[in-house]
Design a protein around this ligand. Structure first.
Ligand code: ATR
Length: 281
């Protein structure tokens, strides 16, 4: 029997993960299956029961999407440092009765920016909007990419400050990490890379970011995928930004990280990213 994998979420009808992983498996010649599971919401042990029954049925690993990333964190026996910091888990591996947990969202994002968009982050000025789960997931991989300046801004600035304090020890020499409110951004100068890691785009809203934050050759990156020209990307375009991107590359790259972690072989991503790209306008 093929090794079984799955993604669990609710709703799950929209997920691209089964397509992505079955194409990865085909390309790398791995004997595995990958399905989508709609996890139960509104019951205290529903998520955990679903995971356990998947394990009992021979499951080897799972991706986790909304709204279960925090519950996956809670039920795991072992977590990577980045999963620990983000407080959220997007991939699990089942080994010897243990649940081992990871969060590949941030590394997938960095890989998309550096490899696919050809924008090495070392020495650059980087701005992250938001201090929720998505921003937390990106933080350690961003620090590891050694930007010259990394600024995290959030409406509730205390949340951004707490996050900065939590990771201050991981900072490498020469880099600076700052938390601030949106109103302070005007005084911060321009940024080479601005990431919208807020959930504002999901409700069609624009974080209160001043258009002057973008440098002449900036990249504006929207983590949401398939939402077209969001208010944030529109702001960037109106500010003259040429490089605008949504999260399709991150989606495929985080999947490739999980696949490599599970199977020990790294799939190609470029053709798949092109296939899944939805034009921004
Ligand atoms: P996620 O897991 O998607 O990051 P989350 O943990 O609920 O979701 O975090 C949502 C983030 O989006 C937060 O940083 C939130 O800002 P606050 O902490 O100040 O609430 C941010 N956010 C949501 N809507 C926003 C908006 N309209 N403008 C700016 N930031 C917004």
């Amino acid at each position: 029997m093929s090794d079984r994998y799955a993604v669990i979420g609710n709703p799950i009808g929209h997920t691209k993960s089964p397509l992505i992983h079955s194409l990865f498996a085909q390309e790398t010649g791995q004997d595995m299956s990958y399905e989508a599971i709609e996890g139960p919401v509104g019951s205290a042990s529903g998520f955990s029961d679903s995971v356990k029954s998947f394990i009992a049925a021979g499951g080897r690993g799972m991706n986790v999407t909304a709204p279960f990333k925090l519950q996956a964190f809670e039920i795991s026996d072992e977590r990577s440092e980045r999963a620990e910091l983000s407080g959220a888990v997007n991939a699990m591996k089942f080994e010897d009765g243990r649940i081992i947990a990871e969060n590949f969202d941030g590394v997938g994002l960095v890989r998309d920016i550096e490899v696919n968009l050809h924008q090495p982050m070392a020495g650059k000025r980087v701005l992250i909007l938001g201090a929720g789960g998505a921003a937390r997931g990106a933080l350690l991989p961003f620090i590891a990419a050694r930007p010259a300046k990394l600024v995290i801004t959030n409406r509730h600035v205390d949340k951004a400050r707490a996050l900065v304090e939590q990771v201050a020890g991981s900072l490498t020499a020469g880099g600076s990490l700052t938390a601030c409110g949106y109103a302070d951004l005007e005084a911060m100068g321009r940024f080479d890379l601005v990431i919208n890691a807020t959930s504002a785009s999901l409700t069609g809203q624009l974080p209160p970011v001043p258009p002057g934050v973008f440098s002449a050759s900036a990249i504006a990156y929207e983590l949401a995928y398939g939402k077209g020209l969001t208010p944030f990307l529109r702001l960037a375009r109106n500010a003259g930004v040429q490089g605008i991107a949504d999260g399709v590359g991150m989606l495929v790259e985080q999947a490739a990280e999980a696949f490599a972690w599970w199977r020990g072989v790294r799939p190609q991503t470029r053709a798949l990213i092109e296939r899944l790209t939805v034009p921004l306008d």
